[in-house]
Design a protein around this ligand. Structure first.
Ligand SMILES: [Zn+2]
Length: 689
C-alpha cells in the first residue's frame, strides 16, 4: 500500500495551520495551533498568491468588464486577508516579542505590496476604462458604487502620477508603515514598563473594589502583598478619581500623559515629526496643499474648514462650562482646607467629590450595579429587540486567550448571522483602549461569507469573590464597541471592499455612538442594572440622580476631547514640509485655542494612536458622528418608543446593514428623512444655549 502510494505525485500537505482550511465551527481560526513562527511562511505564501491574482487580472487579453476586473479584484487576496486579520488582531490584543518582531519586519513589506497593486498601471487602465464607461455597463447601484470607489481609491493612492513620483510614493508608504508600527509598539512598551507599587498605607480614599483590583495587578506582576497602579485607563483613572494622596496622583498623572515622551528608545516625538512630514509630502505629490485637505476630501466633512467650524461651535460654550466647573472644584478644595490651585491631577479627584455632593452619586455607588456579565447581556438583548438577533455562547470554540468569550449570532429564525468574540480584560499583552475588529468580514461575491467580529476592551478583571464591575463609562464603552460590532455583524453587501465598517470615518462612529443611548433607557437599566451582591435593581432614586448628573463635568470632557481633535487637525493642516517640534507645536496650538491650564488633552501627540492609523486628521469624527447619533436617537424618542419597530427597520437597512453601499449623507437622509441637525448634540452635552 505504502509503496503504491509513493508512486503518485507527492501532494504536499501544508502543516502551517494558517494555510489549511479551517475546520472549526463557522471557520473560526485554529488559534491554539498557530505559533508565531507560522506567520512568516504564511505571509510569504499569501503575498505570492495575491501577486499572482493581480498579475492575472492585469495581464489578461480580454477587454475590461466589471466581472473580469472589479469582481476579480474584489475576490483577490483572500488568503492574505485571512492571515493578516489573525495576525493584526493578535498584535493588538495579545502580543509578544516574537509577534512584534514579525510586525516590524512585515510592515514595510505589506506596505510595498499594497502600493504595488494600487499603482499598477495596467490595473488602473482597466478600472479607469470601466469608470469612464460606467453609465453604459448596466450596473446596479451597489456595483456602480464599488466601481466609483475603487477608481477614487486608486487615484488617491497615486495611480495617475508619473513613474518617478510613484517610486517616491512607494518609499513614503513603506517608511510610514515602519514608523507607525514603531510608534504603537513604543506606547505599549511605556505602558508595560511603568507601574506604581504601593503599600497598604498608600491607599487612602480607594474603595475595596479598587484596592482589590490593585492587589490583583500586583499579584499578576509577582508582587503579592503589594498594590500596583498601571497606566491602563481602567487602573489609573479610578486612582486619580479617588486617591486622596495628592503626591501619588501627581506621579501617576504625569506618567500617564507622558507615554511616548519618556525619552530614550521609546520616545515618539521624532517619529511623529517624520510621519507628519511624509504625509505632507505625499499630499503635495497628489496636488493637495496639506494632508488634512487630502485626507478630508473623501469624508462627510470634506474640508478642514467645515471641521474647524464644528469644533469651534462647541469649543466656546465648553470652555465657559469648564471654567464654571473649575471654580466649583476650587471652592470644594478650599472648603476642605486645600489651598493649592486645582492642577490637572486634582481635577478628577475633586470632580468625584463634587459629583457626590451635588447629586449623591459617585463612581463607587454606581459600579456595583454594572456587573460585566449583565452589561454584555443588556447589549445583546438590545440587539434582539432592535434587530431580532440572538446570541448563544460557544464554550468550546477556539479562542486566542483563555479570557476571550465566543458567541454564535443568529437571527429570529435561527439562521446563522456570524460569530462574536468578546475580549474584555486588561492585560500587559494588550494595547490600551477599546476597539472592534474583524477576523472575517461579511461578503457574498464568492459565496456567502458570514462575519467573525471581535470587541476588545481593557476592563479590570474580577475574581471568585467580586465579579468584574464596570464604571458607567466602561459600560458605555462596551455598548459603543458593540455598536461597531453590529455594524460588522449585520452587514449585508455583496462586495468585501464596502463591507460593514468600511465607510468614511466620520460616519463610522454613528452606529457605535448611537448604540450607547440604549444603555441608559429605562428598559435596559431596570432589567440589567442589578446589584452584584443583592441582585436588586438600581433604586429609582439613584437612577434619577444619575440622570440628573448626566451633564456633570461635560465642560471638562468636551475640552479634553476637542483639544485633541484640534491639535490633530492643525498638525495635519501644516503646509510646511519640514520637521515639526511636536512638543512646541502642541503647546502653541493649545495656547492659541485658549486651553484651560487645569485640563490636558485626552490624547497627547506622542501617544495619540488614533492619528497614526486611519484617524489622521480624523479625530473630529467622534463629534461629527455625535451630531448624527444624537439626532438619530431622537427619531426613536419622537416615535414614542426606544425600540420602535419601523424606525429600527430603517436603521438596520440604511445604517447597520448598508456598509458603504451609499454615500453616507444619503444613507443618513434615507434613514431620518432629512439631514442631521446639530441641536441634539449640544443638548446631549448640556451645552445648548
Ligand atoms: Zn468607535
Amino acid at each position: 500500500m505504502a509503496k503504491a502510494r509513493a508512486k503518485l505525485p507527492a501532494r504536499k500537505k501544508p502543516s502551517n495551520p494558517l494555510l489549511t482550511r479551517w475546520s472549526a465551527a463557522f471557520g473560526i481560526p485554529p488559534f491554539a495551533k498557530i505559533e508565531p513562527h507560522h506567520y512568516k511562511g504564511a505571509f510569504a505564501e499569501a503575498l505570492k498568491e495575491h501577486k499572482a491574482d493581480i498579475a492575472r487580472i492585469a495581464n489578461q487579453e480580454a477587454k475590461p468588464t466589471f466581472a473580469n476586473t472589479i469582481v476579480a479584484l474584489e475576490k483577490s487576496g483572500r488568503l492574505l486577508d485571512k492571515v493578516a486579520s489573525v495576525f493584526y488582531n493578535l498584535t493588538g490584543a495579545d502580543t509578544n516579542d516574537a509577534l512584534q518582531a514579525i510586525e516590524r519586519e512585515m510592515a514595510p513589506k505589506l506596505a510595498a505590496h499594497e502600493t504595488a497593486i494600487m499603482l499598477n498601471s495596467k490595473i488602473f487602465k482597466r478600472v479607469e476604462d470601466l469608470y469612464e464607461r460606467r453609465d453604459t455597463l448596466g450596473l446596479d447601484d451597489e456595483q456602480r458604487r464599488v466601481l466609483e470607489l475603487r477608481y477614487k481609491w486608486l487615484v488617491r493612492a497615486g495611480a495617475k502620477l508619473g513613474a518617478k513620483q510613484k517610486a517616491r510614493v512607494g518609499e513614503i508608504n513603506q517608511r510610514l508603515a515602519t514608523l507607525a508600527t514603531q510608534f504603537s509598539q513604543n506606547v505599549l512598551k511605556d505602558e508595560q514598563s511603568w507601574r506604581m507599587v504601593l503599600e497598604e498605607s498608600d491607599l487612602e480614599g480607594l474603595s475595596t473594589a479598587l484596592r482589590d483590583a490593585a492587589a490583583r495587578a500586583a499579584a499578576d506582576a509577582g508582587l503579592a502583598g503589594k498594590y500596583v497602579i498601571t497606566l491602563s485607563r481602567s487602573s489609573v483613572e479610578p486612582f486619580l478619581q479617588f486617591s486622596s494622596r495628592r503626591d501619588l496622583r501627581e506621579q501617576a498623572f504625569n506618567a500617564w500623559i507622558r507615554r511616548g515622551e519618556m525619552g530614550k528608545e521609546t520616545d515618539n516625538r521624532a517619529i511623529t515629526a517624520e510621519i507628519v512630514a511624509l504625509r505632507t509630502e505625499f499630499a503635495n505629490l497628489l496636488g493637495f496643499k496639506t494632508y488634512a485637505d487630502y485626507s478630508l476630501e473623501e469624508t462627510m466633512a470634506k474640508t478642514p474648514g467645515s471641521v474647524r467650524d464644528l469644533l469651534t461651535a462647541v469649543w466656546d460654550p465648553a470652555v465657559k462650562r469648564a471654567g464654571e466647573e473649575r471654580d466649583a472644584l476650587q471652592a470644594r478644595a478650599r472648603s476642605e482646607g486645600s489651598n493649592f490651585a486645582i492642577a490637572p491631577w486634582d481635577w478628577r479627584y475633586f470632580a468625584e467629590k463634587e459629583r457626590k455632593a451635588l447629586y449623591d452619586v459617585d463612581e463607587a455607588s454606581t459600579r456595583p450595579y454594572f456587573k460585566l456579565d449583565n452589561v454584555i447581556a443588556a447589549a445583546f438583548e438590545t440587539a434582539g429587540k432592535l434587530f431580532g438577533l440572538k446570541f448563544k455562547e460557544m464554550k468550546d470554540a477556539p479562542r486566542y486567550h483563555e479570557d476571550v468569550r465566543v458567541w454564535e449570532v443568529t437571527n429570529k429564525r435561527g439562521d446563522h448571522v456570524g460569530v462574536f468574540l468578546g475580549d474584555y480584560y486588561a492585560r500587559p499583552s494588550k494595547r490600551s483602549g477599546a476597539w472592534m475588529s474583524a477576523f472575517r468580514s461579511q461578503s457574498k461575491v464568492a459565496g456567502e461569507v458570514a462575519p467573525i467580529i471581535v470587541n476588545v476592551m481593557n476592563f479590570a478583571k474580577g475574581d471568585e469573590a467580586t465579579p468584574s464591575l464596570l464604571s458607567l463609562d466602561d459600560a458605555r464603552t462596551l455598548f459603543h464597541e458593540f455598536g461597531h460590532g453590529l455594524h460588522g455583524l449585520l452587514s449585508d453587501v455583496t462586495y468585501p471592499s464596502i463591507s460593514g465598517t468600511a465607510v468614511t470615518r466620520d460616519f463610522v462612529e454613528l452606529p457605535s455612538q448611537l448604540y450607547e443611548h440604549w444603555l441608559m433607557v429605562p428598559a435596559t437599566l431596570e432589567k440589567f442594572a442589578l446589584h452584584h451582591e443583592t441582585g436588586k435593581p438600581m433604586p429609582p432614586k439613584l437612577l434619577k440622580r444619575i440622570k440628573k448628573a448626566r451633564n456633570f463635568n461635560q465642560g471638562f470632557s468636551t475640552i479634553e476631547y476637542l483639544a485633541s481633535a484640534f491639535v490633530d487637525m492643525e498638525l495635519h493642516a501644516r503646509e510646511d514640509e519640514g520637521d515639526v517640534d511636536v512638543g512646541k507645536f502642541e503647546s502653541e496650538t493649545l495656547k492659541r485655542l485658549g486651553m484651560p491650564s487645569e485640563i490636558v488633552m485626552r490624547h497627547r501627540i506622542p501617544h495619540f494612536l488614533h492619528i497614526m492609523g486611519g484617524y489622521a486628521a480624523g479625530y473630529y469624527s467622534y463629534l461629527w458622528s455625535e451630531v448624527m447619533d444624537a439626532d438619530a436617537f431622537a427619531a426613536f424618542e419622537e416615535a414614542g418608543d426606544h425600540f420602535d419597530k419601523a424606525t429600527a427597520k430603517k436603521l438596520r437597512k440604511f445604517i447597520y446593514s448598508g456598509g458603504n453601499q451609499r454615500d453616507p449623507l444619503e444613507a443618513y437622509v434615507a434613514f431620518r428623512g432629512r439631514p442631521p441637525e446639530i441641536k441634539g448634540m449640544l443638548k446631549k452635552r448640556g451645552l445648548a444655549s
